[in-house]
Design a binder for this molecule. Structure first.
Ligand code: 5AD
Ligand code: SF4
Length: 456
């Protein structure tokens, strides 16, 4: 185990908050980032900080940024900029910026210039050092900027402060080797590296013992787990081992890449009822020409064959996806092929994005960038199509009884909420607190993507 902090550590773990200071974390982006914010929270609590939901009450504000699309960056820029006044009023307030944006080439210089009041910058590749960086900043006037250029060996992290009970996220690997031509992730998260199976299994065992009811295995491309030869296990074998852990829990995994998704994984899903019958399989486009330009390394036909294979073994299985419209060179014909594929697969849901040019990626230098009006027109049509399919699926739930893992109480609605194994959100009334329990709900109303029902 590596030691994460040096210097004197205030004892925040046994209730004595020596520092009496508070933290506030602002997270952008994907599930990976949400989980990394739980790790950041773990570091801050280890230093003795307590959480506050109000920025104004915080002694340290940490931005965990995302750079996958331009609008994610713009949000972060806007919110960091908005802190200028607060920092003036509270000069001792520490502002730390980390995540994918600081890891982008040249971005720390931009941030330094635009927001000279930032105290600490760290990257995705040295997140575990944040505790030390804070202690360093407290001991000096100068700002602390520490970005690692290349990924190091995996630091096993035991102190994430989880906020999503009964769900728990577990990294199985970090980084990405795929270099899809539009994507900045491989540049800001480094090359693929897999955690050791024994560490993953130990973490999941611990979570189950603590009462977590849903475990999601996380990686940019989980199907290539262990392909660097360092784990002695494929993803299918790891999934089998995790699903074999005793206890009552649901198991999910994401993200699968269609170039690597395979029958072995589906057979493991079939073997264990604990594994949710839902696969997140981003297709990105229905056109072979666009898929090639995106460097996705599969065809529309291969993708459809994988769906067929999945449904052959698990007819009840559902698929969700990610789609990008307006990629450079995408013609109306290409776009219509995406629409046709969406109808053919009948996705449970789809995350739809307008292509966003990312400096340093291959696609940024391609010819044929699509005018914004055309991009907007395509995304509107696609969203309409996806919504209509989702609505139709929701209606099929009417009158049926589904098993929902209760996650939270929605005070506004006065109802408990949770998800079925396909990720569909369901609301219901209950006289007792059922958070963390699996409940049977008879669906009485379907409202777009949300379901409403009664406990049976
Ligand atoms: N522009 C738009 N969407 C993108 N994604 C990744 N990079 C870009 C980009 N440059 C989408 C992909 C991916 C999801 C996480 O984000 O669909 O699957
Ligand atoms: Fe980006 Fe492709 Fe890697 Fe996913 S697989 S993170 S889209 S490069």
């Amino acid at each position: 185990m590596r030691i994460l902090y040096s210097g004197i550590i205030p004892d925040g773990r046994n209730g004595k908050n020596i520092m009496q200071e508070k933290y506030h974390i602002i997270t952008y982006g994907c599930q990976m980032n949400v989980h990394e914010s739980e790790k950041i929270a773990g570091i801050l609590r280890g230093l003795g900080y307590e959480e506050t939901s109000e920025k104004e009450d915080a002694d340290i504000i940490v931005f965990n940024t995302c750079c996958i699309r331009e609008n994610a960056e713009n949000h972060a820029f806007g919110n960091i900029g908005a802190l200028k006044k607060l920092k003036k009023q509270k000069p001792n307030l520490l502002i730390a910026v980390g995540g994918c944006m600081t890891q982008e080439k040249g971005k720390t210089d931009v941030l330094k210039k635009k927001f000279p009041f930032i105290d600490i910058m760290f990257g995705t590749l040295n997140l575990e050092e944040l505790g030390n960086l804070i202690l360093r900043k407290k001991a000096q006037k100068k700002k602390v900027i520490e970005i690692r250029e290349k990924e190091g060996e995996i630091v096993e992290f035991t102190d994430a402060y989880r906020t999503s009970y009964p769900n728990a996220w577990v990294n199985i690997m970090y980084g990405c080797n795929n270099f899809c031509s539009y994507c900045i992730v491989p540049y800001v998260r480094g090359r693929e590296r897999s955690r050791k199976p024994e560490n993953i299994i130990e973490e999941v065992r611990g979570l189950i013992a603590e009462g977590y009811k849903e475990i999601t295995l996380l990686g940019q491309n989980v199907n290539s787990y262990g392909s660097d030869g360092t784990t002695g296990m494929t993803f299918a074998q790891l999934l089998d081992a995790v699903a074999s852990i005793e206890g009552d829990f649901r198991l999910r995994f994401m993200t699968s890449h269609p170039k690597d998704f395979n029958e072995d994984v589906v057979l493991v899903m079939k073997k264990h009822r604990k594994i949710c019958r839902l696969v997140h399989l981003p297709v990105q486009s229905g056109s072979n020409a666009v898929l090639k330009a995106m460097n996705r390394r599969y065809t529309r036909e291969k993708y459809l064959d994988e769906i067929k294979m999945l449904k052959k073994h698990l007819p009840e299985a559902e698929v969700t996806t990610d789609i990008i419209v307006g990629f450079p060179g995408e013609t109306e014909e290409d776009y219509l092929q995406t629409e046709a594929l969406v109808k053919e697969v009948d996705f449970a849901s789809a995350f739809t994005f307008v292509y966003s040019k990312r400096q340093g990626t291959k696609a940024a230098d391609m010819e044929g960038h699509i005018p914004e009006e055309i991009q907007k027109d395509r995304i509107m049509r696609l969203v309409e199509l996806v919504n209509s399919l989702t609505r139709k699926k929701s209606e099929k739930y009417l009158g049926k009884t589904v098993e929902i893992l209760c996650e939270d109480y929605d005070a506004k609605k006065g109802l408990y909420m949770g998800r079925d194994e396909f990720g569909r959100m369901g609301y219901f009334a209950s006289a007792t607190d059922v958070i963390g329990q699996l409940v049977q709900i008879k669906i009485t109303k379907a409202n777009g993507i949300s379901l409403f029902g009664e406990i049976v």
